[in-house]
Each structure stands twice: as structure tokens, then as C-alpha cells.
Ligand binder design. Structure first.
Ligand code: FAD
Length: 452
């Protein structure tokens, strides 16, 4: 009688899912008794730290995505959207489409690594009208939007409208927000050369952050350095300010007083005219997690010291969707790729321990440092215990992140993009790759000068 294979199913092809799968492949890749299966919505790993550089046109779109089939070669891959997870029946169900029946996949062991999605904190108007920076599509859409705004502004005669085309607001002063603001400034300053009526002073990038500092989690001095550098480059930074609405034309904000005496004080309310709000102000675990029967807190799956899910031995949750408290601060770890990969390694070791009947290990995290780039060949880094800022931090960022891209061909492509960017201007073609909107015909207002 043949023994039944043990099936490990990994949900999510992001940093956590891919790293865990690669660790498991190195142990079980040639083991006929273990089957590895991955399910993910996209058939590629998105290298998010370089996403803002795709939005600014510095890196070509396909150079920061890595097809799962080329990096996890010994795993059966299903491209599909997970509908629900049934930990009692040990089943994962996928959505069907018009052309495809939905399927169920049985597992013996499960790794949940479904990441997070943008959190709009219930503001429906912001969700409807703003741009986000989470997926490849987001980066491509933002780049097209920015170029479109420059095209519109170049020939616009109404000064108020023109200003709103050239104001860009970024919500959130974390990794994604600051790197996006820095890259955005580089793009518009570079592209401006081709728009003869747009001057440097016409362009404005504003970062709005609810906390009293940007880049929380970084050393305070480094975060302050980053803030000053951004301000020197013309980026306006509004701290302790919350966005309350965005109707597509105007962002309204409210300053958050640490000790408000009069919360209804109108002087604390402000607004910025803009057509482009980029929302990077928060993430929340994907809705699939919230719908599952796994125990959650603040939407994240609660895990024990071994990253196993409460009540379900053999089910692990890792990365942005897992709730693991930092033993030092008693607060959840921030959602970063570095932590996702560290958790993936521990989860893989513990799965191996379960299958081989050996001892599991607790998750312990030792930061290898932190880095952020802020545009114009400048950055900040905590690296090998040192705090570094400016050009050297930028160079370290590039070297470290280039080495982290899993395949040589994509490393070379990104490197070439960076070299090309040193010598040539950015491409300002606006690609209309979205579904074409129906054109509307308005009645001509011949004798009216001011139609606004
Ligand atoms: C612009 C930006 C810049 C960043 N910069 C940095 C940085 O410099 N350094 C750093 O450490 N971190 C950075 N991060 C954070 C980092 O990207 C995340 O912390 C990391 O991606 C988390 O990994 P994960 O595997 O948990 O989730 P993800 O990488 O988000 O992967 C989740 C996967 O699950 C899939 N999925 C989700 N729901 C479903 C479903 N229902 N069905 C099927 N598949 C599904 C997704 O398609 C995805 O493949 C940045 C993030 C952004 C957005």
C-alpha cells in the first residue's frame, strides 16, 4: 500500500509566502512523500520596495515582478483568488469565474501569507477618488495620472484649476508615502523640462501624516534628517494632520491636537485643492482573513510563539496578515518585507519539525537595519548598527535591495534601468491602458467666457 503524501498548502505569493515555499522546497523539493502547493491571485512576486520607482518611471514595470513559476519551481502553483479557508475541514476554496469552476484544495498543513490591503478607515469618498500605492497597477496608474496632470496644466488658463492639477498630495508619512513623495518630486521636476509654461514653483507635493513624525520606527534623528531633506526639495510636510475627506477636487484636513481643548475649533480645519491624492496611510489584512474561521484581532490572525494559529495546530500565519507582538514593545511588529521573510523562515523550520517529529522553534526577530530613500540620491539607513544619511544611505539602499531581488536577470534589468536614468530623461508618454471612457458631448457655450 502506498503512503499518502503530506500536502503543505501556502496561501499568498508575496514576500512571506515565497520565502516560506523556497525554504520548504530546499528540504522537501525532491521528497516524494511531501507535496507543495501555492495559491495566489497573481502569478508573480511583486518587489514592493521598488514600486515607487515604477510609478516615477525610473524602473520599467515588468522588472520588479518575478513569476512564481521561475522562483518556486518544485511547487504546484494555482493562480486564483481564495474565497474562504475552512480549518475544520482542512479545505481552501477558490473563487470561480465565468469560464472556470471554483475548486477546493485539501491540505494537511497550511501557511496563510495573504498580506494586507489599503485601509481607508471607512472614508468612502477617499476610497473612490484617491490613488493607492500597493499593486503594480497602482504604480502604472499613478504615473499616467501625473503625466496627464502636467499635460492638462500646460494649456490650462484658469489659475485655480491649473493649481489643482499641479498639487499632489500624499497621505501617510511611512515607508510607502515618503518614498512615493520623493520619487514623485523627481518625476515632476524631470518631466517639467518638456512643459514650457510650467515652472518649478508651480509644482507642489504635500505629505500629510497624522503622527508627530514621519517614518515611525526609524531613529528620530534620521527621520528628522529625512524630513529636512524633503522640505529642502520643496516637499511640504504637514504633521499631526488627518485627512477627513476628498471629493476628487479638494482634500480637507484637520489638525490633530495632542491635547484638544476645543475639538470643534474651525481653525484646525484646512483644505488643499488637488486632483491627485495618493493614499498610503494604512493597511489592513485582506478581507479573506476576516471572513475565515481563524481567530483574529484587529483583523490579523492571532499566532503563538511558533507562528501557529490558535486552536489549529499545523496552520501557520505569517507576514502582514499575522498578529505577533514584539516582546520588547508589546505592540505588533510593523508590516515590513523583512519581518515577513523572517517569519517565513521560522514557519518553514516549524513545518519541517512537525513532519520530521523534531522540536519547533520560537520566532525571534533581530532587525538587520532599516532603510528608506527620499529621492534625489538621498536616503536614510540604520545599517550594521550605524545611522547613515544622505548619498551613502541611498547607495546602501540600492545595493541591498538589488541583491534581494531573487533572480539575476531581474537584478540586471533594474541595474540597467538605474544606469539609463543617469544619462537620459524620463519618458513622458502617457499610456492609456485603462478601459476607454465614453466621450461625452457638451453643448458649446459660444458666448460665455467663464465656463468654470
Ligand atoms: C510602496 C511600498 C513600499 C514598501 N517598501 C518597503 C521597504 O522598503 N522595506 C520593507 O521591508 N517593506 C516595505 N514595504 C512593505 C512590504 O511590501 C510588506 O510588508 C510585505 O509585502 C508583506 O509581505 P506579505 O507576504 O505578508 O504580503 P504581500 O507581499 O502583500 O503578499 C500577499 C500575497 O497574497 C496574495 N493574496 C491576497 N489575498 C488573496 C486572495 N484572496 N487570494 C489569493 N491570493 C491573495 C497577494 O496577491 C500577494 O501575492 C513596502 C510596501 C509598499 C506598498
Amino acid at each position: 500500500m502506498t503512503r499518502k503524501k503530506k500536502k503543505i498548502v501556502i496561501l499568498g505569493g508575496g514576500f512571506a509566502g515565497v520565502e516560506c515555499t523556497r525554504q520548504l522546497e530546499s528540504k522537501f523539493g525532491n521528497d516524494p512523500e511531501v507535496e507543495l502547493v501555492m495559491v495566489s491571485e497573481d502569478n508573480f512576486l511583486l518587489f514592493t520596495p521598488m514600486l515607487p520607482q515604477v510609478a516615477s518611471g525610473m524602473i520599467e514595470t515588468r522588472h520588479i515582478v518575478l513569476p512564481i513559476r521561475t522562483i518556486c519551481k518544485k511547487t504546484k502553483f494555482y493562480e486564483g483568488r481564495i474565497k474562504n479557508i475552512d480549518p475544520f475541514g482542512k479545505l481552501v476554496n477558490l473563487w470561480g469565474t465565468g469560464d472556470k469552476r471554483s475548486i477546493s484544495i485539501h491540505y494537511d498543513f497550511l501557511v496563510v501569507a495573504l498580506g494586507s490591503e489599503t485601509n481607508f478607515f471607512g472614508m468612502a469618498d477617499v476610497e473612490k477618488n484617491s490613488f493607492t500605492m500597493k499593486t503594480l497597477n497602482d504604480a502604472v496608474m499613478l504615473r499616467n495620472r501625473v503625466i496627464d496632470m502636467l499635460e492638462q496644466a500646460e494649456n490650462e488658463t484658469n489659475p485655480i484649476l491649473r493649481k489643482s492639477f499641479l498639487n499632489f498630495v500624499v497621505a501617510g508619512g511611512g515607508f510607502a508615502g515618503i518614498e512615493t513623495a520623493g520619487e514623485l518630486m523627481d518625476l515632476i521636476l524631470d518631466a517639467r523640462k518638456h512643459y514650457h509654461s510650467i515652472y518649478k514653483d508651480d509644482l507642489k507635493v504635500v505629505v500629510i501624516e497624522a503622527l508627530p513624525m514621519i517614518l515611525p520606527g526609524f531613529n528620530e534623528k534620521l527621520a528628522e534628517f529625512a524630513k529636512q531633506k524633503l522640505i529642502e526639495r520643496g516637499i511640504d510636510i504637514k504633521l499631526q494632520t488627518a485627512i477627513t475627506s476628498f471629493d476628487g477636487n479638494e482634500v480637507t484636513t484637520k489638525s490633530i491636537d495632542q491635547n484638544p481643548k476645543d475639538p470643534l475649533d474651525e481653525s484646525k480645519v484646512d483644505s488643499i485643492r488637488t486632483k491627485t491624492l495618493i493614499w498610503t496611510a494604512g493597511v489592513t489584512p485582506v478581507s479573506t482573513i476576516q471572513r475565515s474561521m481563524l481567530k483574529t484581532d484587529r483583523g490579523k490572525v492571532i499566532v503563538n510563539d511558533y507562528l501557529e494559529v490558535q486552536d489549529f495546530p499545523g496552520v501557520f500565519a505569517i507576514g502582514d496578515c499575522a498578529l505577533f507582538l514584539n516582546p520588547e514593545t508589546k505592540r505588533p511588529f510593523p508590516p515590513t518585507a523583512q519581518i515577513a521573510e523572517a517569519q517565513a523562515k521560522t514557519a518553514a523550520k516549524n513545518l519541517i519539525a512537525l513532519i520530521k517529529n523534531s522540536k519547533k522553534e520560537k520566532f525571534e526577530y533581530h532587525s538587520k537595519g532599516q532603510m528608506a530613500i527620499i529621492g534625489k540620491r538621498s536616503g536614510i539607513a540604520t545599517f550594521l548598527g550605524m545611522n547613515i544619511s544622505g548619498f551613502w544611505a541611498w547607495l546602501i539602499w540600492r545595493s541591498v535591495y538589488l541583491s534581494k531581488i531573487p533572480t539575476l536577470d531581474k537584478q540586471i534589468r533594474v541595474l540597467l534601468d538605474w544606469v539609463i536614468d543617469l544619462f537620459f530623461d524620463r519618458d513622458i508618454s502617457r499610456l492609456k491602458i485603462m478601459k476607454r471612457e465614453d466621450e461625452k458631448e457638451y453643448k458649446l457655450l459660444d458666448e460665455v467666457d467663464d465656463v468654470w
